[in-house]
Design a protein around this ligand. Structure first.
Ligand SMILES: *Cc1c(COP(=O)(O)O)cnc(C)c1O
Length: 365
């Protein structure tokens, strides 16, 4: 039966859902029930019981009948102290840094405009470009070392005049840091905004925050997800107050909920624990990297993040499936980009989880 207006449902969808949205595939999230979860760059470490008790106590003061502070003032104050942020730098919070990328897209996107980024890169850039009505331009990295191909980037910038260029520093899923000279050349050539996504700052220890302080057109993106608060969905954008004032206009009111505001503020006042856990993850990453280097039949790349990119030549998607049968969930990258053929991405877990991954990998190779 057709809809009351006489137009069958399917042609109606085809008529109204934007072509860019119809062409999208939603961000894939695999069911991890019962598996060792090493697919999403989460911090695997639990908090000591007495600290958890303190956190639950802090939540008692949260009221849920009122809207949260729309400006998240207390959390922003904590964040500024945590970051040592100068008073002249602006700060906008997002429901995860994904939302901030979307906000940037809503502020500068639209027909005839594009988002340009190197590839392979973080898959949400492509999705959010489409969602915010922008063309997406992917420029291949240098296939030899996954560095920026500066000549190709500059040619693409010249040709497409992107509204926004996004550089992930370090890059996901390749795990490397782009050279400063290459980044600088891209910034110099860009006619619009440049977004530096430092989602893995806690594991790289490298930031362009100070270096880019005098450049209002460059914004720095960070998140609390990877260091250990993925469940709260809190990301933040740092940069020029005037630029951020414009971007803040597309933010939905109260985008950071009351529980996330209170929780994030509490955890940031115990940031030492988070930093210790990040240091442990870095050590475990380096140990797993060394162990993988000693395995025949795979390639592994050094990483400045909390994950490792691993290639098993000739295995296609079967290694991911095999590990899944072994009870280990990693991310399959096979087919995502020509440079990622036969690749998986494994998040650093606890020592026990990493050992289980390694043992399962040995059995499956
Ligand atoms: C994980 C990730 C994000 C998203 O983080 P959220 O703050 O959880 O939305 C952004 N950028 C990169 C490169 C990431 O890997």
């Amino acid at each position: 039966m057709s809809a009351p207006s006489g137009i069958p449902a399917e042609p109606r969808r085809a008529r109204w859902v934007r072509p860019a949205v119809r062409a999208l595939r939603a961000y894939p999230i695999e069911d991890a029930a019962g598996l060792v979860k090493l697919d999403a760059m989460e911090n695997p470490h639990a908090w000591p019981a007495e600290l958890r008790a303190g956190f639950l106590e802090a939540l008692r003061a949260v009221t849920l009948n009122r809207y949260p502070d729309g400006e998240a003032r207390a959390l922003k104050e904590r964040l500024r102290a945590y970051l040592g942020l100068a008073d002249d730098r602006g700060l906008v919070l997002g429901n995860g840094s994904d939302e901030l990328i979307q906000m940037v897209g809503l502020a500068v996107g639209g027909p005839g405009r594009c988002l340009l980024c190197p590839e392979p890169g973080f898959s949400m850039y492509r999705i959010l470009a489409a969602v915010t009505g922008m063309q997406h331009v992917g420029v291949p990295l240098d296939g030899a070392d996954f560095g920026l191909d500066v000549a190709a980037m500059l040619a693409a910038i010249d040709r497409h005049r992107p509204a926004v260029v996004v550089l992930s520093f370090p890059n996901n899923p390749t795990g490397n840091l782009f050279a400063w000279r290459s980044i600088e050349a891209v910034i110099e050539a860009s006619p619009g905004l440049v977004l530096i996504d430092e989602a893995y700052f806690d594991f790289s220890g490298e930031t362009l925050l100070e270096r880019l302080a005098g450049r209002p057109e460059v914004l720095i993106l960070r998140t609390l997800s990877k260091i250990g608060l993925a469940g709260l969905r809190v990301g933040f954008l740092i940069g020029d107050r005037e630029w951020l004032h414009e971007i803040d206009k597309v933010r939905l009111p109260y985008n950071i909920n009351a529980l996330s505001q209170a929780s994030a503020a509490w955890f940031l006042s115990h940031a030492g624990v988070l930093r210790e856990q990040a240091a442990r993850i870095r050590r475990d990453r380096d140990a797993l990297y060394m162990a993988l280097c000693g395995l025949a039949g795979i390639e592994v790349w050094a990483s400045h993040t909390n994950f490792l990119l691993v290639r098993a030549p000739g295995r296609g998607a079967s290694l991911h499936a095999g590990l899944r049968e072994e009870g280990i969930l990693v991310k399959s990258l096979h087919g995502a980009h020509p440079f990622l053929t036969d690749c998986i991405r494994v998040t650093i877990g606890t020592s026990e989880e990493n050992a289980a991954f390694l043992a399962a990998l040995r059995r499956r190779l």
